[in-house]
Design a protein around this ligand. Structure first.
Ligand code: ATP
Length: 260
């Protein structure tokens, strides 16, 4: 399998509105993508198509060799890790669980209680905690963790099912600079070691070295998509952000100033 995601002429309409229009996008093996766009531009709608939660009104979608309409979506979902910054339901059910148990609960990629925990599960969870430098949190309960720690534990949880594709949907929203950098370090680690990364954000400074390609989304359409240096230009970003901006690069990372 050389292709991770294929979208051909994809449209998604809801309540009479065309929310996604003419989406043509491919992700190849070895690429790590960021999806960048303003609030309401269509990023989550694209993700929901990738994970099979939204079915396109028109067009062809293939994710990890699974062609939509021809194969089992639940099976596909097991191969995709998803970490979102909105955790309402999760917080309620898992609040009093330890970081270790939360990681283990990712084995079946579902919320709530897990059945039997094997010695192997424990070993794997411990390995993840170690790799993500979270061992110090092992026995702490979720409600006692800082927001940044919670996000990192949730990424660890998503890794428990050994996903081929890991989607991080605005994982740094609401975090301070230090906590953000810790989450970004983990994302880099994942991209290097274990999984294809799909990173959704509206902040270009979160596009670290791990990200190879960027998809720019504006009003439900793709403005540009490709290698990050080609896509993150003053002209294209000014279009996407609807305000004149200038990009500068420092240590391989883009930063942006407003020039109006
Ligand atoms: N089920 C739905 N029915 C009607 N409109 C919808 C539906 N889902 C999304 N939309 C609309 O589609 C547009 C794109 O929404 P989407 O959530 O994909 O944007 P986003 O880029 O993820 O935004 P944010 O950064 O704020 O999360 C918005 O105008 C939203 O109101």
């Amino acid at each position: 399998m050389d292709r991770i995601i294929t979208m051909e002429d994809v449209y998604w309409r809801r309540s009479g509105a065309e929310i996604l229009k003419d989406i043509n996008w491919t992700v190849d093996r070895g690429e790590h993508w960021a999806i960048l766009g303003l609030n309401g531009s269509g990023k989550t709608s694209i993700l929901n198509i990738v994970t099979g939660y939204n079915y396109p009104t028109a067009g062809k979608v293939k994710v990890l060799d699974t062609e939509f309409g021809k194969a089992s979506i639940p099976k596909l979902r097991k191969r995709i890790g998803y970490v979102s910054s909105s955790l309402g339901r999760f917080a309620q059910t898992m609040d009093r669980e330890t970081a270790m148990n939360i990681i283990i609960s990712g084995k079946h990629a579902s919320f709530g209680l897990y059945r039997e925990i094997t010695a192997e599960d424990r070993k794997r969870a411990e390995k993840i905690l170690k790799e993500l430098r979270l061992l110090y949190l092992k026995d702490k309960t979720y409600n006692l963790l800082s927001q940044g720690e919670q996000r990192r534990v949730l990424i660890g949880r998503a890794l428990m099912a050994d996903p081929e594709l890991l989607i991080l949907d605005e994982p740094c929203s609401g975090l301070d600079v230090l906590a953000r950098e810790d989450v970004l370090d983990i994302a880099e680690h994942v991209a290097r070691k274990s999984s294809h990364l799909l990173y959704v954000t509206h902040h270009i400074e979160e596009i670290t070295n791990a990200v190879t390609h960027v998809l720019l989304v504006r009003d439900g359409e793709i403005t540009a998509g490709g290698p990050k240096r080609k896509v993150l230009t003053d002209t294209l970003l000014s279009k996407v952000y609807k305000i004149p901006v200038k990009v500068h690069w420092e240590n391989g990372r883009p930063w942006m100033s407003i020039t109006k």
